[in-house]
Structure formats: structure tokens, C-alpha cells
Design a binder for this molecule. Sequence first.
Ligand code: ARG
Length: 577
Amino acid sequence: MTTATELPASDPSSTSTLREDASRHPEEQAEPITMLNPDFPFSYDHYLAHPGGLGSVPDELLGTEVAVIGAGLSGLVTAYELMKLGLRPVVYEADQIGGRLRTAAFPAAPGVVADLGGMRFPVSGKAFYHYVDLLGLETQAFPNPLADATSSTVIELAGKKHYAEKPGDLPPFFREVADAWKAAVNDGAKFGEMQDAIRRRDAARIKELWNELLPLMDEQTFYGFIAASDSFKAAGFAHREAFGQVGFGTGGWDTDFPNSILEILRVVYTDADDQHRFIRGGAQRLPEALWQHAPSDLVHWPAGTSLASLHSGSPRGAVGKISRDPGGNLRVRERWGREASYPAVVTTCQSWLLSTRIHTEEALFPAELWTAIERSHYMQSSKTFVMVDRPFWKDIDPETGNEVLSMTLTDRLNRATYLLDNGPDQPAVILLSYTWNDDALKWLALDADERVELMLHSLEQIYPGVDIAGHIVGQPITVSWEADPNFMGAFKANLPGQYRYQQRLFTHFQQDSLPESQRGIFLAGDDVSFTAGWAEGAVTTGLNAVWGVINHLGGGSAEGNPGPGDLLDELGPISLD
Ligand code: ARG
């Protein structure tokens, strides 16, 4: 076993992230990196903050019902903003309010919670935090590997264990891996230049850089990009392998190796995998608060109106069918039969569900959009949590002077173990394993207890003599998003060559060139965004749909505050041939 004390002290900067790159340009540090997406560098945070609001609809349409399918973050942002404009959103939900911001409580101690979907939110996601702040939710730094909020991290690869309280405690090998990645993205994808342009919100420069890279990179996999880079070629296979295990930001990204490198570049350019915070009390508080909140700046509706009050407390049920009625409106049929017609519908569920769970009339979308919907690639993802009597991991092993258990990255089945503290002597939570794709599939067939047993077995190999099981109280909580019929996957990740599909999905809200028969139905949700798996994309595509609805109903953006659809031609994603 290798411990910190045996290792040479080295550069304290992070090994697993690109963070230190920014410090090479201290003068630019003043401007933060935001999730200004290179495909469409539209500043949604400024759009939201504008005193003129998001726009208006003709007076005679105030109170008009608009269907919003899905009460996750995207659906509720959409519904909340439509309500503020004086429309009447009708929210449909197949399961519970929250979508993939689902928080489960441990039955034995209901104040102790586990975030089953989104759990950590990068500070660069400014549109997301617009709502977090508006609703007064408290956040706290998430204990990611080697983050400031994490008292210790263990990286265990091929049976070798490295303990680190700060990144510099790790052997120089990890530093070399991080350097190889930095060199790869700088040489191959203009990382530094792109981040400079994002800091300055220089949309023209962002587009210039990205539009040149995009056709070259769309058909390259993440792994192919690494393997083709001079830096990783020179460093050798062990460095590529370790990079897959510890990666950048939050760690092991090797299950993304088959995905398009474009998917990864968007994440690293925008610091989406860095500086994460969690919502105290659970991520589900955000969609729940959107549902309950009565905005002060409402058009048409009396003060005190909220989504909850407009719905008399409960959303409508699961949707079974969407079609066009003879009068030209969109008809939504619930699973249990009730039907209603609307001039506009926003769907925010995983777009796959429009062909699998919801019978959506084929004529509502162009054939190429159907291709994009059906060909989408979703990642699997699984998490298993246990509650323990107290954060015993802070106990110090008298022999080594180290904490007895640390946030852990490993190449064993667990892949990543997170320690979630609720204060001294309070019941705490261990996220024993959080996995993606093949690693998530390995858990799929097993029940919660079988999962926990295997996970504890792995941890015993890494922490011999530490009795984790003896601290467990109550029942474990586990999730495999791919097994949930209302999701069928965790989050989308485009494969090589799928940029065209993504571009179709994203730009569909601008419907000027569509025939009348295909207008009025809008797609939103993180899988429609260019950063699937980040709540920011749920928010921003919801705002696109709001713009789409306003325009569809004959309204427009507020004076001086152009909306996403107004700027799509200028800033939007380019088409490839
Ligand atoms: N943002 C999510 C997290 O922090 C995961 C999304 C990962 N996306 C991916 N393509 N692997 O864990």
C-alpha cells in the first residue's frame, strides 16, 4: 500500500482536472467560465435576468392552455415561464414531480436523503442557478474526487492504492496523465483559446473555433481522439488506461470512450465537470419548489398563483397518445383515457419515449427528426446508496494517520464511491457505487442487497479491516435508470456521426420552415440539449420551447431581449452536408 507520507510532495494543482490551465491567464480569471455552449453560445442567464422578461403573447390569448409533458426540471421551467407570461400550462406526469432530479429518503430516517439522478451541479451552469437562487435553495460543495470539499481521496488501480488529501499527494504518474490530456485538448481542440472566448462571451470567436473543429471531430470517438494525440502516444498505454480510470473533473470517463469526442469537448470547455455543488435536502427540492412557487411578476394571473394552484395540487396523468385533431390543434390523450386539445404542446420526457411509451402520430414530425429521435444513444447509469450510523470515515487510522475510508475511484466494479456527510454523529450516506454504461449494466440484473454485497466486497479489498457493513443501518437504495419504463436510460450521449441528429433535435423549436401540420409541438429536456446529463440543458431547452410557444401563438420577445429563436440563425449550430 502506498500512502501519502511515502510520496514526494509535488505540484499542488489538481491532477484530474484542467483547472490549473486557467491560472495561466490570470488576467482573464475575472470572467467566469459559463456553460456557454459552443454550438449555440446564447447567454441564457442574461436572457433570464433581463428586466423586460422573456416576451409576451397577444392579449386575447391570455389564459390559453398549453400542454407540458413531464414534470422534471425542463417541464417545470417551461410551465413556470409560460405561467408567468399569462398562459395556462397543463403539466402531465407519469410518475412523480422531479424527473431525474429524484431524491429518495431513507425510510428509517426520512431527513437523510439520496439523489438518485442529478446530484451535483457545476457553478458554470448559470441558467440552472438562476432558478436555484430565485427559489432560495441552499447549496454546498459536492465531495468529488480531490475537490476542496473532500477530506481525502483514494485512487486504487490494478490493486495499487494511493491516498491523497490534496492532488499533489499523488505520485507524479497522475500528474503526467493530466498533462497528457491537457496537451491533447490544447493541441487537438484549441482548449485554451475556447475557454478564453467563453470567458469573454465572445460568441463570434467561439463559433469560429467550433465550426472549424466540428466537421473534423464529429466522427472521432473520445478514445480515438486520445489515442491519436501526440501527447498520449508519447506517454504510452498505461497513461491512456489510467486516464480512462481517473479522467478529468469527476473521474473515470472511460465508459464514454465510444462516444463522439464532441460530447466530451463541450463538457471540458464549459467546466461542466468541475466545481460541483449539491442542493441541501436533495435535488428534487428544485422541481418541487418550481411547482409550489408563486412568482411576483405574473401577467394575467392573480397574485399567489402557482403551478400547484393552477393544477389544484396534482399534475395530469401519464400521456398515452399525441395526435392532431381535425381542427388543427394538438390532442393529448392520457393513459387512462382523458383527452384535451391544445394549440401547443411541449414534450420534455426522454425523446425516445415519443416512439416507445407515447403513441405520437408520425405526421407530427419530419422524417429526419424521427431518425434523430430513434437513433439517439442513451447511457445507462446506476447508483447504490446505504445509510450509516455516522460519518465514521473521518476516524483516523492510528497506524497510517489517514482517514479510515476515503472518496474512492477504483477500476473494480464500484468505480466510484462517494461519502456524504450530514454532520458529526448524524446518520450519513455512502454512495457505494455510481456507474455508467457497461459498468451500470453489470449491476442491472442484481437486486439491491446483491449489489451492496459485491460493493462491500470490493471496498474490503481496498480497505482491509474497515468494517463498513457494521455501520450500515436501514435498507439500501438503488436505481438503474435504464430499467425505469418512464426513462429507459439515464442520459443521452451521441455516438460518432450523430451531430446531425443532435442539431435537428436542438433547432426544431424554430419552426418557421416547417409546414403547418408539423408546427406547435416542441421538444425540450436535457437530451435535446448539447450537454445531455447536465441539468443546465434541461433548463435552456425548456427556455427554447417557451420561445417557440410564444412565437407559435403570435407573440414575440421583449424589447431589447432577443430570445434563443431570434438568434438561432446567427449563432446556432451549423449544418453539416
Ligand atoms: N453530469 C453527470 C454527473 O455529474 C453525468 C453526466 C455524464 N455524461 C456522460 N456522457 N457520461 O455525474
